[in-house]
Design a binder for this molecule. Structure first.
Ligand code: ATP
Ligand code: MN
Length: 435
């Protein structure tokens, strides 16, 4: 056995002067000065200066940055400005060598384009900014779970391999499944609705798949969806859940992600508008209001037209930050969305936006099986293909509502960037299947 690590670097401090430690990490920088080397070594928690002399100095000759070392030494005072202690090396073990030239500069001093970084993602993770984005992502997942669990939502895992193109099949990936045709799920929609029987409030955070040939900063072929479905709630109730959950995420990261904030160069306070003013409650605009405002701005939209990216760019400019668009025409919505009781041309539905960007869609669902069948037929979908789903509606299906939120899109807003590829490890899009 070699020697075991005694401390993470962040656990060592200037009150430990004279104490022996064993550290492990990656060489970030080396500076030779005669028979001595000043070395900075980083682990996932921090960075420290190591002083290497004599026989130990011979061992590290020719070593490149990013090589991996285990160092036994003594904590001592330092003259270095950037550190409040250093470690005098007594025994060095070279655990792995980094072969140069490396495909990207992991310190980010030489800027690499996103494609090169994604092709070398593991090395890109040695860049503290990139690592901090993924630490932040992990914290956001914790915050989401913490909030939903506190509201009595139960985490579920639904199948990703499905036997029929349930929500209309246009953008599904298909695959061969023991001689039969199967598909990758584009959302947990039908399963999560079914689970309101028995579990009442459910959530899922998982990868879903969309075969969309989109080349934008907001579309991935494999993305992470945060989904809820809740019995005895309508669309206004689940909008409240969504708004409060997002506030919780901002509060959580502002309390728990100070180091990430600094490394990414950010300032997380409560949900902010791009101009830095604090947002109050999220604005709620009806679809009809949005059409009216866009037409005043010179667009020629009629009731029933979908809001395209170009429209949302205009509207989003006037309404930076988070807002809802509610009460969409029923004909623009999937078959499972409930119509409004006082106007059957409208639906109990919403999108959550941040400026031009759609973050979430949701609504009250139909829970009456006959109405659901009628709507399927109206949308030219064959109720026979939905038999497994429809039969559950005869088993005591409660009224329910829910939404799906794109995790990567939310992260881009939190960080203030405009490409989802920055916040997912190995993005899948029409041009990218490897690595
Ligand atoms: P868009 O119109 O932007 O393509 P959508 O309306 O088709 O999105 P929904 O079916 O409403 O998407 O999915 C719910 C949420 O999931 C979206 O609001 C978005 O945040 C996220 N999402 C959907 N498709 C993708 C994708 N291809 N890549 C990343 N996130 C996505
Ligand atoms: Mn949508």
């Amino acid at each position: 056995m070699g020697f075991e690590r005694t401390h993470d670097i962040e656990e060592v401090n200037s009150e430990m002067i004279g104490q022996k430690v064993v550290l492990g990490g990656w060489i970030e920088d080396l500076r030779k000065l005669g028979k001595m080397t000043f070395l900075t070594m980083r682990d996932s928690t921090g960075i420290t200066q190591i002083i290497v002399k004599g026989e130990q100095n011979d061992k590290i000759q020719g070593l490149n940055r990013q090589s991996v070392l285990r160092i036994k030494g003594t904590v001592q005072e330092t003259k270095a400005k950037d550190f409040d202690f250093e470690v005098g090396a007594e025994e060095i073990e070279v655990l792995a060598k980094a072969i140069h030239p490396l495909p990207i500069d992991p310190l980010g001093r030489l800027e690499s384009n996103i494609d090169n970084r994604l092709n070398s993602r593991a090395l890109d993770m040695r860049n503290q900014k990139t690592a901090s984005i993924f630490k932040l992502r992990a914290h956001v997942l914790t915050a989401l779970r913490e909030y939903l669990i506190s509201k009595k939502f139960i985490e579920i895992t639904t199948p990703k391999i499905i036997g029929s193109a349930s929500e209309g099949g246009a953008n599904l990936f298909s695959l061969e499944y023991f001689g039969k045709k199967a598909y990758l799920a584009q959302s947990p929609q039908l399963y999560k609705e079914q689970m309101t029987i028995g579990l009442e409030r459910v959530f899922e955070i998982a990868s879903f798949y969309r075969a969309e040939k989109s080349h934008t900063g907001r579309h991935l072929s494999e993305f992470t969806s945060v989904d809820i479905e809740a019995a005895f709630m309508d669309y206004t109730d689940v909008m409240d859940v969504l708004e409060k959950m997002i506030r919780h995420v901002y509060n959580y990261v502002s309390d728990n992600c100070k180091a990430e904030e600094k490394a990414i160069g950010l300032n997380f306070t409560s949900p902010k508008k791009p101009n830095g003013t604090h947002a109050g409650p999220f604005d709620r605009f009806t679809y009809s209001y949005v059409i009216e405002e866009l037409n005043k701005a010179g667009e020629k939209l009629e009731f029933g037209d979908d809001l395209l990216d170009s429209h949302l760019r205009i509207f989003g400019k006037n309404h930076p930050g988070f807002y809802f668009i509610t009460d969409w025409p029923i004909k623009l919505k999937p078959f499972y969305i409930m119509e409004k009781s006082n106007d059957a041309a409208l639906s109990e539905s919403f999108d959550l936006q941040f400026g031009y960007l759609e973050l979430s869609s949701g609504g009250t669902r139909l829970h009456n099986p006959q109405k659901l069948k009628d709507r399927l037929e109206k949308q030219d979908l064959d109720p026979a293909l939905f038999a497994d789903h429809l039969k559950t509606f005869d088993w005591g299906m409660p009224p329910h509502a829910g939404w799906g939120l794109g995790l990567e899109r939310l992260l881009t807003i939190l960080i203030g960037i405009d490409n989802v590829r920055e916040v997912i490890l190995y993005p899948r899009d029409p041009d990218r299947l490897k690595p």
